[in-house]
Design a protein around this ligand. Structure first.
Ligand SMILES: Nc1ncnc2c1ncn2[C@@H]1O[C@H](COP(=O)(O)OP(=O)(O)OP(=O)(O)O)[C@@H](O)[C@H]1O
Length: 379
């Protein structure tokens, strides 16, 4: 890796090649330790310019450590971090040109909204008139047009987060780092703000790394998602592939597949003990596994139906959701399947203990390669 600042032995640093110039952020074998705890272990990641990467993973997997290390707030013990091909190991936080938005927004309480956004522009020595216009444009882009004179203390949580984002964007960072920027907001606001943010990122051609534990947030905002587990990248993929083709059982379970079953793909279909779905073109034939989310199993009352060949199950629990009912069922003829989650319509509600027939719905089924039975076996 190229050294950013050069030193007596290597001499002046050669300028990055054009390929490196476009590559944005690169982490190579990044390892971070806190005493005897290894928080990150050999992480390799590239975030090309104009791409937003979400880092998703269970609590304690190293998400915040990754973000803080990229920002320069933590030191890594092995590996490297570069941006556009320039090594950042010795570049201090304030010289990296990165912007940060953390959970609590951290606004300046003594300034009004405009003053908060304007601060970043002043730091860049932008002229007064341009600053006024830019503040207005940025506030509009985060849905706060006309909020210039509002006091920070009078903002709701969601509004404060938007101001923090506008302030970060005003600095025109070459990389924006977001640590759970929407946590602490209620679900509806979070969903709305995530969509707004996705629009802002798109318009600003933003390069960013977003840390979150919320799947929907990651999938709404990111071009690609890295799933981090135990300090390692378990899978780096597009949201679609991550959801439908998790690389390992651990990733599938983390992304909501409560049941994992062995399955077999032939030319036409992939079949498991609960039925089959048409084989998607990108799935090779041979043994695979199914990761089933609740929506992958549809339950219909069995009354009056017989001989359909579909597996029969018994309802053990019911959970009402706004547009469907989630059932916990078991299959008496195949107790090895254990408890399964299935969905059913409000209008077709089976009683506890009643029999239902199950059908697979491919939209809720993830296909997991057979070789990935555990992380250790991933090649
Ligand atoms: N300052 C620290 N000193 C010692 N250990 C730390 C420190 N910060 C983090 N750790 C440990 O490093 C590991 C990764 O922590 P990190 O905060 O990066 O995880 P995370 O994925 O962001 O978790 P969460 O989702 O709960 O915020 C954990 O085992 C944590 O206990």
């Amino acid at each position: 890796m190229r050294a950013a600042l050069g030193d007596a032995e290597t001499g002046p640093v050669p300028p990055p090649t054009s390929r490196e110039r476009e590559e944005g952020l690169r982490l190579e074998g990044l390892t971070v330790r806190y005493g005897s705890t290894t928080a990150l272990s050999g992480v390799d990641l590239v975030v090309p310019r104009n791409e937003v990467l979400a880092v998703l993973g269970p609590s304690g997997c190293g998400k915040t450590t990754l973000l803080r290390t990229v920002a320069g707030l933590e030191r890594h013990s092995q590996g490297g971090i570069s941006f556009d091909g320039v090594d950042l190991s010795r570049v201090p936080v304030h010289r990296r040109g990165f912007g940060m938005v953390f959970q609590d927004g951290q606004l300046f309480g003594h300034r009004d909204v405009a003053g908060n956004v304007d601060f970043a522009l002043r730091m860049r020595s932008v002229g007064r008139r341009e600053r006024r216009e830019t503040v207005a444009r940025l506030l509009e882009s985060v849905g706060l047009a006309g909020y210039q004179r509002r006091r920070v203390a009078e903002l709701s949580g969601g509004q404060a987060q938007r101001v923090a984002l506008a302030r970060a964007l005003a600095a025109e960072p070459r990389l924006l780092l977001l640590d759970e920027p929407l946590s602490g907001l209620d679900r509806i606001l979070r969903e709305r703000l995530a969509v707004d943010l996705a629009r802002v990122f798109d318009r600003a051609s933003m390069t960013g790394v977003l840390v979150t534990h919320d799947h929907d947030e990651a999938f709404t905002l990111a071009d690609r998602v890295a799933v981090l587990m135990g300090g390692r990248v378990e899978q780096l993929d597009t949201p679609w592939r991550l959801w439908h083709r998790p690389a390992t059982e651990e990733v599938a379970r983390f992304l909501g597949c409560g049941t994992v079953l062995t399955a077999y793909a032939d030319d036409e279909a992939i079949s498991c003990a609960l039925g089959s779905i048409p084989r998607p073109e990108d799935c090779p034939t041979g043994p695979v596994r199914f990761g089933l989310r609740a929506a992958g199993l549809r339950a219909v009352r069995s009354t009056g139906r017989s001989g359909t060949g579909e597996p029969r199950a018994v309802v053990r629990e019911r959970l009402h959701r706004h547009d469907h009912v989630r059932l916990t069922v078991d299959v008496p003829e195949d107790p090895g399947l254990g408890e399964l989650e299935a969905v059913t319509a409000h209008g077709d509600l089976a009683e506890l203990g009643e029999e239902v027939t199950l059908t697979l719905d491919s939209t809720g089924v993830a296909v997991i390669p057979e070789k990935s039975r555990s992380r250790d076996s991933v090649g």
